[in-house]
Design a binder for this molecule. Structure first.
Ligand code: UGA
Length: 426
């Protein structure tokens, strides 16, 4: 199109699809966003955004005229030539990605060669090549997303890089896709499809490795008397290392890292290669989630009959996502040890209902803390720092024991107020 604007189809209006649709609309494109769930489409058409993502409701409202939410695939195909596939690819029991939703989209498209597929869903390396083999003559571009939950709109609008992978004749479509991002002024990595797919998985696996690495440094620091927050500060100033993703804690979670690290390990395994490093990254993460139990036992002895409050359920702040959240493992393990668990989360409490076993979901942080023998800070929501720890919190607790799973609270202030404080790696 002469003005650089191009009608876009977004297939699958989950978290990635909705952010993509809203942001492309914000960049001036007409967007047909199609999902198979009528209730979701109806509520989006009314302007209701079903996920907690800062800035997204405003963007959807602002661009309502350019955003066409629909369940109708034909309508989408009629208006758009570039189709961004944003359906989810959850892990199967084997750790491989479940591509059934991608397959369904391919089935619906039939043999139409007027539409180019732009794969945003995270898929195993080799998926694009196999799709192209089955659909020769149609355009195919891999355009992985690098959005973080909680800052997805900002990440979309100022990406570190845009990756577009295409093979053979599809390269003209890759240029068109890259052109859509041109106003964002980001470096573009133009490559082949398999490499683009690998960039996505390898990036997440590397970040997860960084986290498991610093968590092991934390565990050793605890034994040797070093403070991991100081260690990370000193390491992070080295340009080659960088300060990000060096926060020790009770393990990474979410819908991406656990899935993608496992998927890359599995992909390697399918080729006969044992990815030793990623096997350890996963194991370290699992053990890290469970270390909190022994920390609690150190201070409380047996956990049978003890009341433990978990502050935070979401896998990280600014999201209501609880997939693979450490809170789920902790809640289950604590109850397995005979403890009574109460949880509070400012946003994710509704999601937690029914998946935390017998844990009680409290309406406020103070309710969760009432009469507790120990508090575990699981998610670093800013409001947890604002609690009146030295006053109201201490009065409510039966024992002033805090396990700060994210090194988030003011250790000195808590210790001065008479708390037994234990962080991670300090
Ligand atoms: C991650 C990637 O950061 C995105 O680039 C990617 O697009 C996304 O997965 C995806 O594949 O869709 P996200 O899952 O939203 O994004 O979350 P992150 O902010 O990366 O955090 C992941 C986990 O690591 C959280 O549980 C967080 O608490 C933990 N973490 C993060 C640490 O324990 N330490 C750190 O220093 C950083």
């Amino acid at each position: 199109m002469s003005d650089g604007k191009e009608p876009i189809g977004v297939i699958g209006v989950g978290w990635v699809g909705l952010v993509t649709a809203a942001c492309f609309a914000e960049l001036g494109h007409e967007v047909w966003a199609r999902d198979i769930l009528p209730e979701k489409i109806e509520s989006l058409a009314r302007g209701e955004v079903p996920i907690h993502e800062p800035g997204l409701p405003e963007l959807v409202a602002k661009n309502a005229e350019r955003l066409h939410f629909t369940t109708d695939m034909d309508e989408t195909l009629e208006h758009a030539r570039l189709l961004f596939v944003c359906v989810d690819t959850p892990p199967t029991y084997s750790g491989d990605a479940d591509l059934s939703r991608v397959e369904k989209v391919l089935h619906e498209l039939g043999d139409s060669d007027r539409h180019a597929l732009v794969m945003k869903s995270t898929v195993p390396v080799g998926t694009g090549r196999s799709i192209q083999r089955r659909r020769p003559g149609t355009g195919y571009v891999s355009n992985p997303e690098f959005l973080k939950e909680g800052s997805a709109v900002a990440d979309f609008m100022s990406p570190d890089r845009v990756v577009v992978g295409a093979d053979g004749e599809s390269r003209e479509y890759a240029d068109r896709v890259a052109g859509l991002y041109a106003p964002l002024d980001a470096p573009v990595v133009s490559t082949d499809v398999a490499s683009a797919e690998m960039i996505k998985l390898a990036s997440n696996a590397f970040l997860a490795t960084k986290i498991s690495f610093i968590n092991e440094i934390a565990n050793v620091s605890e034994e040797l008397g070093a403070d991991v927050t100081e260690v990370a500060r000193g390491m992070g100033l080295d340009d080659r290392i960088g300060p990000k993703f060096l926060q020790a804690g009770i393990g990474y979670g979410g819908s991406c890292f656990p899935k993608d690290v496992q998927a890359l390990k599995q992909l390697a395994g399918n080729t006969g290669y044992h990815f030793q490093l990623l096997t350890s990254v996963i194991e370290v993460n699992e053990l890290q989630k469970r270390r909190t139990i022994s920390k609690l036992q150190k201070h409380l002895g047996s956990l049978v009959g003890k009341e433990v409050a978990l502050l935070g359920v979401a896998f990280k702040p600014n999201t209501d996502d609880i997939r693979e959240a450490t809170s789920l493992v902790l809640s289950g393990r604590l109850q397995g040890e005979g403890a009574h668990v109460r949880v509070y989360d400012p946003v994710a409490a509704r999601e937690a209902d029914g998946v935390l076993g017998g844990a009680v979901i409290s309406d406020t942080a103070l309710d969760a803390l009432d009469g507790a023998d120990a508090v575990v800070l699981v998610t670093e929501w800013p409001e947890f720092r604002e609690l009146d720890w030295g006053g109201e919190v201490k009065r409510r607790l039966r024992q002033p024991v805090v396990i700060d799973g994210r090194n988030f609270l003011d250790r000195d202030a808590l210790e001065a107020a008479g708390f037994t404080y234990e962080g991670i790696g300090r």
